[in-house]
Design a protein around this ligand. Structure first.
Ligand SMILES: [Fe+2]
Ligand SMILES: [Fe+2]
Length: 289
């Protein structure tokens, strides 16, 4: 049986209610709040509501969001995200992005995981949040985390050796079972795609895992731009799709607010792509692999 799901990313829902001076006592943090307020003009939270409406109209089984749900990884932002997901009317799968581990406090306190664990239920090695595997018959969603707290002006990510080792084993096992493997990761995985200081620090090691074990589809966000490519695998290429920010108001090509509807089954991937035209999401069948 096929899994039909909507993918969106980088919704960056903003809620600065209750942000006090005690939390932002240094210049860096003040700058971050100003940046987040500035973003308000370029991103609109109500587009996420429209994506959810579209997902339900399109009879998607599930909504998949590949990170950057928040701006500053604040409790108030995670509360807003948790409420929106809880009210969505269809099951939601999430992974974190760099903005969801914006501060050391948020990362160390596992704030993302403590608020959103209900949307990351699945099989995982005990003691490790990632990767988690959600299986739907012959299709599996494999959720990774590249979220690390970084220095100011850096938006890099890292999987880490231990997560990569677990991913290697998972991809092998599912591949042996001929399960369609859909890998969810926040950072881009095509070399050269990410801007400087925006990249996945252990991309080479990730590519080696894919080359050795394979995957059928890799979905990411982070660059807020439409990306299509592939990575070499042992039995053919793994399809890679990067999607623009779900809530972007931009009308620049490739940067429109967007979501994709996937129908995945063992041996087949169909995609419909939808973009925001200023009034509604429009699109339809685009590519079939
Ligand atoms: Fe983002
Ligand atoms: Fe990001």
């Amino acid at each position: 049986m096929a899994l039909r799901f909507v993918h969106c990313s980088d919704i960056h829902l903003l809620d600065l209610e209750g942000v006090g001076a005690h939390r932002f006592f240094n210049k860096r943090a003040t700058g971050a709040v100003n940046l987040a307020l500035h973003r308000r003009k370029a991103y609109a939270g109500h587009l996420f509501d429209r994506i959810v409406e579209n997902a339900i109209e399109l009879k998607a089984d599930r909504l998949v969001v590949t990170g950057d749900l928040t701006n500053l990884a604040l409790e108030a932002e995670f509360e807003l995200v948790r409420r929106k997901f809880g009210e969505a009317g269809l099951p939601v799968t999430v992974i974190p992005g760099n903005h969801d581990a914006y501060t050391r406090g948020a990362a160390r306190g596992r704030r993302f995981e403590s608020y959103l664990s209900a949307f990351m239920e699945g099989e995982r090695q005990s003691g490790h949040d990632y990767p988690f595997v959600q299986r739907f018959g012959g299709v599996a969603l494999i959720g990774l985390s590249t979220a690390i707290a970084t220095l100011p002006l850096f938006a890099t990510g890292r999987l880490g050796d231990s997560q990569l080792t677990r991913l290697d084993a998972i991809l092998k096992e599912l591949g042996d079972e001929r399960v369609a493997r859909v890998v969810l990761i926040h950072h881009p995985v095509i070399p050269g795609v990410a801007k400087a200081r925006h990249d996945l620090l252990d991309l080479d090691a990730f590519m080696q895992v894919i080359e050795r074990r394979g995957a059928e589809l890799i979905l990411h966000g982070h660059e807020h731009v439409h990306i299509e490519g592939d990575l070499p695998g042992p039995e053919g290429a793994a399809v890679v799709h990067g999607i623009a920010a779900g809530t972007a108001l931009s009308q620049k090509p490739g940067r429109h607010g967007a979501f994709s509807l996937y129908t995945v089954a063992p041996g087949s991937i169909a995609r419909e792509h939808y973009t925001w035209n200023g009034e509604e999401f429009v699109g339809g069948p685009e590519t079939t692999h």
